[in-house]
Design a protein around this ligand. Structure first.
Ligand code: CDP
Length: 255
């Protein structure tokens, strides 16, 4: 998939053959790969490649809260740290977390919190560190998706996973899973996430313009895409245990 590295906005976001600039159909997802248990020192971890996005997530917890003043006597706390590497975007990103990273960290905390039983962990924290190594649009969605996997990999009791995707509008057409250039040069961008235990949105942001009918259609497009991505998440979790089972059975279960 070609990575558009310069912030040059093309005049059109669809090719002559009706495909998007990266060759996708309107509602086709970028290729997605996920793996859990990728970092030895974390309690849980996951790696995700989503188109040109490459993201690592490490989870620690439950553990003591530092600094202590953040601890709550009646429940645990969730802290999410979204960071983009300096080399993850075309123009070098300053290493210190900027306003955007702080905002996305907060949005991701709100997105993940409904999954956890924080009331069972007074005085403790769960910390989620997310590092975007390569960014190409939709990173907040990719981060919510990979963070849910890393929490599950850490064995944290959860109500379900959460899955996120951005839908939107480019050149007047509704599309699923916007790339970086579509996000910037398109008409509207709608990142959203569903928590599967109650099928509620735990992330819904909007940037751009569309009418109410289009908005309703976008939510249906999102639900369809999220169902497919959720399946990939579940398979990533299963694959870890299939690999362990094979290792302990001396490869006897290998097909
Ligand atoms: O990544 P996401 O779509 O959730 O957030 P955004 O703020 O809408 O950013 C869209 C894209 O712009 C990112 O995915 C990056 O590819 C790019 N970006 C960038 O090039 N430089 C930055 N400092 C921040 C974002």
């Amino acid at each position: 998939m070609p990575l558009i590295i310069k912030d040059e906005y093309p005049e059109k976001l669809f090719r002559e053959d009706g495909k998007r600039l990266d060759g996708r159909d309107k509602h086709e997802l970028r290729p997605i790969k996920m793996e859990v248990g990728v970092l030895k020192n974390a309690d849980g971890s996951a790696y995700l490649e989503w188109g040109n996005n490459k993201i690592y997530c490490a989870v620690y917890g439950p553990r003591d809260v530092h600094p202590h003043y953040l601890a709550k006597p009646d429940k645990g706390i969730l802290r999410v740290f979204y960071r983009m590497s300096t080399f993850s975007v075309f123009e070098r990103k300053r290493p210190a977390p900027g306003r955007r990273e702080k905002e996305i960290s907060m949005v991701l905390t709100d997105c993940l919190e409904p999954l956890l039983f924080l009331e069972l962990y007074p005085g403790n924290s769960f910390e989620v560190f997310i590092n975007v190594m390569d960014a190409d649009g939709g990173t907040r969605c990719a981060c919510a998706t990979v963070a849910a996997l890393a929490l599950a990999d850490a064995g944290v009791p959860m109500r379900s996973l959460v899955t996120a995707v951005a839908v939107g509008k480019i050149d007047g057409e509704l599309v699923t899973d916007l790339s970086g250039i579509e996000d910037k040069a398109g008409d509207a961008d709608l990142p959203c996430a569903i928590t599967w235990f109650n099928e509620e949105f735990s992330l819904l942001q909007f940037d751009g313009k569309m009418d109410l009918k289009e908005f309703d259609k976008c939510l249906i497009l999102a639900k369809n895409a999220l169902t497919k991505i959720h399946e990939i998440q579940l398979n990533a979790l299963k694959n870890k245990y299939i690999a362990i089972q094979e290792e302990y059975s001396g490869g006897k279960n290998k097909k």
